[in-house]
Design a protein around this ligand. Structure first.
Ligand code: NAP
Length: 406
């Protein structure tokens, strides 16, 4: 049970832990992590049971979107039924004069806020969408109401000889609405049952095509999928053939989005299939803004050139549109190199783009890359006299710092 707090007048108010349904991507990681089963879901939303939650905060760091980090001061807690019906978070209601009504944990002067601030150190805090991003449609289709798409193509992106099988899969929604933005994810429901005899939950994949489609105006959606040993959904997707039908949920995600400002600049850092949204961003900018010197810079890490998704097409993107740094970790006879190593080598270019208030940073791929990238940013920020954490927090608050790592 949540501990009651008091406001400035000594009145009892309750602090309730909630999940933002607009940002939640329904990965159910929080539910699996909660040690006391205080989190549950239906076909619509993932919700927190106020009567069970003990504010242990175990669910906070595992959430890939920050949607788990929502709090409201209430006199009567929202019920599970209330939360299941929400399409978006309710505003903080006015409760008592003098009480704190902000959901920003940094501004709250109570022990829970300090605990939260501590829990957020690694993740860097709550994500925000770019100020000029198009408003994303989320959760249009869900577990109980998926949309059926038809496979238009399934192409192997990695060389036949490469030790990884990464696929480019194109889905067509047959005229049904599926309004998706670059940077959003979709859920795929693999057929069949899991080991417990329950239907599989959706697995999330980023869209790798622009909002108007793999082909402009066709509104089809591409995914970038790596075959994983024993991966139920990845093997299902990688084995699909043209004409197969697939059950899709989503779209999900309302912050890892592209600014529409044509003068915005993008610094994209990715590993492996984390390149999916970066492909969507690059194609979208190419279609809407065109070549713009210095507009986009990419650091992209893979084991070898033949295992780097989109190696051929990427090399054809003109340097005036995209400055590419393709980094390889397992080249025979060469030292291992990661994206963060190359960022340090290219420190002047990174420093220049980082200092531009029009720059948005996107990091996508392996969770493990975050520490190394943060260290590289720390050192680069120092080179122009800035503290990285201050700069990062400012960028994040302005909707210019975006991380999606698994
Ligand atoms: P991967 O092939 O395992 O790795 C890609 C590269 O990253 C390799 O060169 C690897 O080097 C390197 N790497 C490993 N540890 C690193 C570290 N600590 N710092 C920097 N680089 C590191 O990648 P993957 O299997 O494609 O995984 C991509 C990740 O992106 C997954 O976690 C996936 O969930 C996520 N993601 C996927 C999508 C999608 O739509 N499919 C979207 C968003 C995110 P070594 O192996 O040589 O160490």
């Amino acid at each position: 049970m949540n501990a009651p707090l008091t406001d400035a007048q000594g009145n009892e108010v309750l602090k309730q832990h909630l999940i933002d349904p607009e940002i939640c991507i329904r990965c159910y990681t929080c539910e699996a992590t909660c040690p006391i089963q205080a989190i549950e879901h239906d076909d619509n939303n993932v919700v927190v049971d106020y009567s069970k939650c003990n504010l242990c905060l175990d669910c906070i760091p595992v959430c890939p979107t920050g949607s788990i980090d929502e709090w409201r001061f209430v006199e009567t807690p929202y019920s599970l039924e209330d939360q299941y019906s929400w399409m978006e978070m309710p505003e903080q209601a006015q409760i008592s004069a003098g009480s704190s009504t902000t959901g920003d944990d940094g501004a709250l002067d109570d022990p829970i806020a300090s605990l939260l601030a501590e829990a957020h150190k690694g993740a860097g805090g709550k994500a925000k969408a770019p100020a000029t991003a198009t408003k994303a449609t989320v959760n249009m289709y869900n577990l109980g109401n998926p949309v059926e798409a038809v496979v238009q193509g399934n192409y192997r992106l990695t060389d036949d000889g490469a030790d990884v099988d990464v696929r480019h899969i194109v889905l067509d929604f047959q005229g049904k609405p599926f309004p998706v933005l670059e940077g959003q994810s979709v859920g795929i429901i693999a057929p069949g049952m899991n080991a417990e005899g329950n239907p599989h939950l959706p697995r999330l994949y980023s869209v790798s095509s622009p909002r108007d489609g793999e082909r402009p105006g066709f509104h089809n959606v591409s995914l970038t999928v790596k075959r994983e040993d024993d991966g139920v959904c990845s093997n299902y997707l990688c084995d699909l053939t043209t004409g197969d039908k697939v059950r899709v949920t989503g779209p999900f995600g309302a912050t890892f989005l592209l600014p529409t400002d044509p003068d915005a600049r993008l610094l994209m850092i990715c590993t492996g299939t984390g390149s999916a949204p970066m492909r969507a961003f690059t194609m979208a900018r190419q279609r809407t803004v065109g070549d713009k010197n210095g507009g986009m810079v990419m650091f992209f890490g893979a084991r070898t050139p033949d295992s780097l998704p989109y190696f051929g097409p990427l090399n054809k993107v003109p340097p005036s549109l995209l400055s590419k740094h393709l980094v390889f970790s397992r080249m025979p006879g060469q030292d291992k190199e990661y994206v963060q190593d190359r960022m340090l080598v290219e420190q002047d270019q990174v420093a220049e783009i980082l200092q531009d208030p029009k720059t948005h940073v996107y990091i996508c791929g392996l969770k493990g890359m975050e520490d190394g990238v943060e260290r590289a940013f720390t050192s680069i920020a120092e080179s122009f006299g800035q503290q990285w954490l201050n700069l990062r927090d400012m960028m994040r608050d302005e909707g210019r710092y975006h991380v999606e790592t698994y």
